[in-house]
Design a protein around this ligand. Structure first.
Ligand code: SF4
Ligand code: SF4
Length: 308
């Protein structure tokens, strides 16, 4: 193999993070690879996927528009997730690093490990983002939150180019002060209170910080219509004892929606129900949480500059 090109790591890191922001990320950072190797379980460490990996780059894109929070769950379930935008940027970044710096790179697959089943990802993009300092674990099932950008969707790139790691966020924005106040009064925070299947639970300590977080993933998955839904309907149809029951299993209006989503490829087959994030003050009211707020901030900054 050819000798790798000499690269200024600080300049390379700047070019890489600038690329992420220019392409639409709200935040990007480098995760400490030694920490990921220590924390992630065997088989799910970066070196298990790419043996010579030296750096893990994590980037986050914003959630939906502010208007999205005004629609009911049945609509938000179709378009609430914006993760494919993050994947697109990461995919391009891997190409950019190879071409510009000459080091092997990959778009880290956000997908499930075929050896581990449908609940075990190949890699934890959440761990990468947390260690890269672009999100902190919340009481809403560990969804990462950012004090400026609210909740984001994440993607990662692995590269053999060595880059200086960033640090995790020093402060966790969750629970927000209003959530602590609600917890003191009813022993629940907004995400816990408004989860339709009550799959979130936890405790806020005397110091106003997270003490315990409990998340019933199975209940959330059922609500969010996950991988098992379609096979379950098919099994129901196979096991039906009468023609009428079989028709019900396949053509019941709720079940017909599944065939619609599969055949129309709407991207809404899997989705969270979003009610925990709809109730979350960080997700909905962080200063740069949505395009409306970001536009206002940009205009205010431009006006301030013009007045100077
Ligand atoms: S996505 Fe829905 S079901 Fe899952 S934790 Fe949030 S509110 Fe509860
Ligand atoms: S509503 Fe948001 S900020 Fe408040 S406790 Fe839940 S996740 Fe944390």
């Amino acid at each position: 193999m050819k000798k790798p090109r000499a690269v200024d790591p600080a300049a390379a890191k700047k070019a890489i993070l600038d690329y992420c922001l220019k392409k639409g990320s709200l935040a990007a950072g480098i995760a400490d690879i030694a920490a990921i190797e220590r924390i992630a379980p065997a088989g799910h460490r970066p070196k298990d996927l790419m043996p010579r990996v030296k750096s893990v780059i994590s980037l986050g894109v914003g959630g939906q528009t502010q208007g999205a929070w005004s629609v009911p769950s049945k609509a938000l379930g179709y378009f609430g997730s914006t993760e494919t935008r993050a994947y697109k940027i990461a995919y391009g970044l891997a190409f950019m690093i190879e071409q510009k710096f000459g080091f092997r790179s990959i778009y880290c697959p956000p997908d499930m490990d075929p050896d581990g089943g449908p609940r075990v990802p190949l890699q934890s993009l959440k761990l990468h983002a947390e260690l890269a300092g672009i999100g902190a674990r919340s009481l809403a099932g560990d969804i990462l939150l950012h004090p400026e950008f609210g909740y984001m969707y994440f993607a990662s790139v692995f590269t053999e180019l060595e880059l200086e790691p960033d640090k995790p966020m020093a402060e966790n924005p969750c629970p927000a002060p209003s959530c602590v106040a609600m917890y003191r009064s009813i022993k629940r925070t907004p995400c816990m209170k408004f989860c339709p299947v009550q799959c979130l639970d936890g405790e806020v300590g005397e110091d106003g910080k997270q003490k315990v977080m409990r998340y019933d993933m199975a209940a959330c998955s059922e609500m969010s219509q996950q991988y098992e839904t379609v096979p379950t309907r098919i099994v129901d149809a196979i096991r039906a004892e009468t023609e009428a029951e079989r028709e019900d299993a396949l053509f019941d209006p709720d079940n017909k929606m599944l065939w619609y989503k599969v055949s129309a490829g709407s991207g809404g087959w899997f989705a969270q129900c979003f009610e925990c994030m709809r109730a979350c003050p960080i997700a909905t009211k962080a200063p740069l949480a949505d395009p409306l707020l970001r536009g206002e901030a940009l205009r205010a900054a431009a006006e301030k500059k013009a007045a100077e």
